[in-house]
Design a protein around this ligand. Sequence first.
Ligand code: MG
Length: 377
Amino acid sequence: MSKKPYAADPERSRGRRVVEEPPCYRSAFQRDRDRVIHCSAFRRLEYKTQVFVNHEGDLFRTRLTHSLEVAQIARSICRALGLDEDLAEAIALAHDLGHTPFGHAGQDALNECMAPHGGFEHNLQSLRVVDVLEERYADFDGLNLTYETREGILKHCAAERAAQLGELGERFLRGGQPSLEAQVVNLADAIAYNNHDVDDGLRAELLDIQALEGLALFGRCSEVVRARHPALGGRRLVHEVVRTMINLLVCDLIKHTNQLLVAAAPQDIDAVRACPHPLVGFSASVGGWQRELADYLRTHLYRHYRVMRMAHKAKRVIKELFYAYINTPDVIPDVVQHRIIANDMPRARAVADYIAGMTDRFAILEHRRLLDPATSG
Ligand code: MG
C-alpha cells in the first residue's frame, strides 16, 4: 500500500525545536524512533509495570513489552491504511516514557503529592522526558523530536497546561485532532492493554475464563476457537482467544477507519487536524464490545483486592519517598540537587521528575534505604 496524501510526511514535518541537519539514510520519523530506543527512560520501561508489580513474576507484561506490543499493532494498522509506520512506531515507543513506578497507583500518589505544586500527569511527563529530561546531546536538552512525534505523545491535556505549550497545546483549546498516526497509536494502546491484561489476569488467576466468556468480545472469539479446536484447553486456549480478539479488533478498526476516511476525504494532514472528530475508530458494535471488556477489567481486575493491596503499598512508597525528600532536602541525591541549582527549578518538580524516573525495584530499594534504619543508605 502506497502512502496516502493524508498520511504524515517526514519531508513536510513541522520540524524540530532546535534545527538540525536532516539524517542521511533515515526519515525524520525514523530518527525520532531511533532516539527513543537509545534513551535511558526507554530502557527503564523494562522494570516498570502497569497492573502487576515487576517482581511478581517474569511472565507478566512490563511497560517495555507493552510499548512493543502497541508499536506492533499500530504499525500493522498504519501499513494497511497507507499511513506513516515510522511515525506511529516512534509515538508508540515513547508514549509511556513518563510513567511512574507501580503503574496508575504510582501516578495517582505522585499527583496527590504534587497537587500544591502544579500536579503530575504521566502523559505530560512523557513529553517532558523527550523535551527536557533526557541528557544525551551536546546541543540541546531532551531528544529534540519532530513536532509530529511530540503531538502524538500528548494524548490529553488540561486547558491551563495546554495554554503553556504553544502550538502543541492548541488543539486542546480550540478543538481538532492529532495526525492519523497518533490516533492509530491511541487505539492500538487500548487494544494492547485490554488484551494483555486479560492474558495476565487469567495467568495470575485474578480473572475467571467462564465469566469472561459471558462478554460479547471474549465470548465470540472463544466460540470461534472452541469450534475449531474442541479439545483445546489451558494456556493455549487463552492465547488463541486473545490472538483472535486482537485480530478482530484490528481488522474492524482498519475497515471502519477506511470508511471514515472515504466519507471525510481529508486532502492532507492539516485537514485531518482540523476535523472536529477523530477519523480512526471501531465500528459501533465492536466499539461497544471493546468498552464492555474494558469496563469488566476495571471492576474485576484493576479493583481486585490483590491488585488493590499492591496499589496501596505502592502509593505509600511513593508518598513516603516524596515527603522524605521534600521535608529533609539534605537526603536528596547530589544528581538531583545539581539539577535544582543548575536549572533554578522548584524542588518539588525536581523530586517528582526523580521519582517518576524510578523503576519499581529502585523505588522499593530507595524507600528501604531512606526509611529503614537497618538498611544502609
Ligand atoms: Mg500505554
